[in-house]
Design a protein around this ligand. Sequence first.
Ligand code: IMP
Ligand code: MG
Length: 181
Amino acid sequence: MSIVNNETTIEILITAEQIAKRIETLGDEIVADAPSDLIIVVILKGSFVFAADLVRELERKGASAQVDFLSLSSYDVGKVSCGSVTVTHDLSEDVTGRAVLIVDDILESGRTLDFARKTMFQRKAASVKTCLLLDKPTQRKVDIEADYVGFTIDPQFVVGYGLDFAKRYRGLPYIGILGPN
Ligand code: IMP
Ligand code: MG
């Protein structure tokens, strides 16, 4: 199905209902392994919508976690990664000795997740697990896999549910592919 948003056609790849259902089962998977003192590290900006739904699902399932935010940047304002990852806004909590769950929007080259994971270990986190809403496994440049993945998708550029193109479309309730116009 396609939707027209500000004169751009967007083809729906994953509906809001499909996302909600998958978050319920992801919540089961995470809760089955989660220690009681979990700290969720939300990678901004792309995963803020996913993280908001996921933390509420975890809370509903009895897993009460702390939440903190780490802003990382690897993309310019287009569709191409510039390669190196930088911290644009750091955590406010100390993760030393903590069980960390990194939550991010999408795993593509793997550079962002690899950087985030290594940063948590450098700061002496006791354990680090990773939960990604989307995975494009064919696009990997770094050898890394996530512990929990919402959906595996083809190597196409997607927007919505937190994901942007040129800083737009983050508020769409579904995940879609931008049309040519
Ligand atoms: P990686 O470092 O190449 O794995 O890329 C991860 C980051 O790139 C994600 O956290 C997103 O911010 C961004 N990204 C990768 N693919 C897409 C996409 O299809 N749409 C929007 N952002 C994307
Ligand atoms: Mg991101």
